[in-house]
Design a protein around this ligand. Structure first.
Ligand code: DON
Length: 587
């Protein structure tokens, strides 16, 4: 097993010599022709951060217990989907603030035999009784917290159906086998880490409202602390039922009864019919090209894939290597591009089963060129000149992403979530299952921001059976038709820009996954009109950006990627250092 750096092949890292003193033409005069990809070469001696290296299989998750479970499945002969499903259940136990059975998400599956990548949508659906104005009071104002911390916040969960679907369709092991390690982990318990303890403490108020939740996550009236043992007997029992009866236990059987009873006690909307009617959808991924690579990502109801490709299209005519990593010129170019993409997101994106999303138009190179033509290096376009809206603060960072590649070259990227930390904070009766607050990803009212400061309109209004718009962006970058990069991240609105920068760091700056993850990130989402930066940007760069007109905000770390890169059949992986619990392992 490989959990630490070993490296055999070494070449030369490029780019650094090019950074200084290069003058660049104004963007308006850009040539639409793509700049050729840099000859990506890696230099052991130049790299400060080094990836985990393996040859037969690799998993990268946000929790070491889940990584170990996934790797064990691979070693026992399971394929990437077997491991991904085992990890999906394991994270529901080991990372209860984001891993889940009571939430939903997306899975990208690359089947090496067919060369096809499928986008599996197991996003939550609005209950049949949901309605457009359900989060508004009599005056038509949004009621604070209703779409986040009440039973009305809960969308019909998709995770259990999604995991079962993936395993039946692409896995090779029985459900009982891949779920067993998670059952044991829930039954026997594990030691609460510092970060889980911090998350529990930070969410004390919303979790503490519900006796069913407190019974699991509190001791003597206080959230569990680092070093305590977290045992989840009810969750183990629910998973035993799922192992025996399949997803029907959740959607039609005892667990469905528990969820519906929970809703009945607190004016929630989810009925047995809603659960029985839940549908997993296989979707065609959204695809683009960037400097000779193929980018294959999650289509609507995620906005992520479309906007990553749209932004890459706008960047393709520019040589970022010449502009320089995180230089003021690069940050200006990318931030202006981010603003334009997020403005489009607010207008055009929603559940494609309910409204048409102009996917082709948004991802066309011609459209990208027309948008990029409005950008200048010298003068920042204020967001209000792009489209109007209202600013809102950022919120928590609790979704999770994991990546798996097996010995045959099958690759899986999963991002799934309860939405905010521990979702709604509500455990459904005796099921041990935390329920999501994904309904907040709908636009409660046009122009009013959600927890991530994102605004939307009709395309993302609440409707029965509709899926809320997501930013989750599990992504594969292919080279010569084979997975070259498998990545994704949590981070709400910041997921899309985190994935973008991971791709740019890997392709344009030739970084290994460890370097790519460890580079400081920035983010602009159009509204609020603020350039958000992590620590690590030089004061000189920030001064130049300020001069151009940016309102700069130093904010907490953004995103937590779990990335695996495949080069010459060798696997290089890394768990983002922004989460100390994340671990990449391979063999
Ligand atoms: O689907 C979405 O875009 C959000 N519900 C994701 C939430 C998230 O990433 C929370 N923070 N990391």
């Amino acid at each position: 097993m490989s959990i630490q750096f070993k490296r055999s092949t070494v070449v030369t890292f490029l780019g650094l010599a090019l950074l200084a003193g290069v003058s660049v033409a104004p963007l308006q005069a850009k040539t639409p022709a793509p700049v050729a990809p840099p000859q990506v070469q890696y230099d052991y001696d130049m790299d400060i951060f080094h990836p985990v290296i393996a040859h037969n299989g690799m998993v990268a998750t946000e929790q070491h217990l889940a990584s170990a479970i996934g790797l064990d499945i691979l070693k026992k002969g399971g394929n990437a989907v077997d491991a991904a499903v085992a990890i999906g259940f394991a994270l529901a136990v080991a990372l209860p603030n984001a891993g889940n059975l009571g939430g939903g998400g997306f899975m990208m599956v690359h089947d090496k035999d067919s060369g096809q990548t499928i986008a599996l949508d197991f996003r939550e659906m609005a209950p049949a009784k949901a309605s457009r104005d359900m989060y508004l009071d009599e005056k038509g104002d949004v009621v604070a917290g209703r779409s986040l911390y009440t039973h009305l916040a809960v969308g019909v969960p998709g995770t259990v159906a999604g995991m079962e679907h993936a395993l039946k369709k692409w896995g090779s092991m029985p459900l009982e086998q891949v779920i067993q390690p998670a059952i044991e982990l829930a039954e026997n318990g594990y030691i609460v880490s510092n970060s889980l303890a911090e998350n529990l403490a930070a969410t004390k108020e919303s979790l503490g409202k519900w006796d069913t939740t407190k019974a699991i996550f509190f001791r003597d009236g206080e959230p569990l602390k680092a070093g305590d043992l977290l045992v989840q007997k009810d969750l183990a029992e629910s998973m035993r039922l799922i192992a025996k009866e399949g997803a029907d236990a959740f959607y039609k059987g005892k667990i469905a009864d528990q969820i519906v009873a929970e809703m009945g006690k607190h004016d929630g909307l989810i009925t047995k019919e809603d659960l029985a009617n839940y549908k997993v959808v296989e979707r065609e991924p959204v695809k683009g090209t960037y400097r000779g690579y193929e980018v294959v990502s999650m289509p609507p109801p995620s906005s992520g894939g479309i906007h990553v490709i749209q932004m890459l299209n706008m960047l393709e005519p520019h040589d970022l290597n010449v502009l320089g990593l995180n230089s003021s010129k690069t940050v200006t170019l990318v931030a202006e591009i981010m603003k334009r993409a997020y403005a489009d997101r607010s207008e055009y994106l929603g559940d494609p089963d309910f409204s048409q999303v102009p996917q082709k138009g948004l991802t066309s190179k011609a459209y990208a060129n027309s948008l990029a033509n409005t950008i200048s290096f010298d003068k920042v376009t204020p967001s209000k000149e792009i489209l109007p809206g209202k600013p809102q603060p950022y919120e928590s960072d609790q979704t999770t992403h994991y990546s798996v590649v097996d010995k045959d070259g099958n690759a899986v990227a999963v991002t799934y979530t309860l939405n905010l930390n521990f979702g709604s904070g509500i455990v459904a009766g005796e099921s041990g299952i935390l329920l999501n607050n994904e309904m907040d990803d709908f636009s409660a009212k046009p122009g009013v921001p959600n927890a991530f400061g994102l605004i939307g309109g009709d395309a993302n209004a609440v409707e029965p059976a509709k899926r809320p718009l997501s930013s989750m962006t599990p992504t594969l970058v292919l080279k010569d038709g084979k997975p070259w990069l498998v990545t994704g991240s949590p981070g709400g609105a910041r997921i899309i820009t985190t994935v973008l920068q991971t791709i740019l760091n890997s392709i344009d700056f030739g970084m290994n996954p460890a370097e790519a993850a460890s580079t400081p990130r920035f983010h602009h989402q159009w509204l609020p009109d603020e350039l958000r930066v992590e620590k690590g940007f030089s004061p000189d760069t920030l001064a130049l950006l300020k001069e151009k007109g940016y309102d700069i905000a130093l904010k907490p770390a953004m995103g937590r990627t779990q990335t695996i890169q495949v080069r010459d059949n060798v696997l290089y992986g890394y768990s983002d250092p922004r989460n100390p619990d994340g671990v990449t392992i391979g063999y």
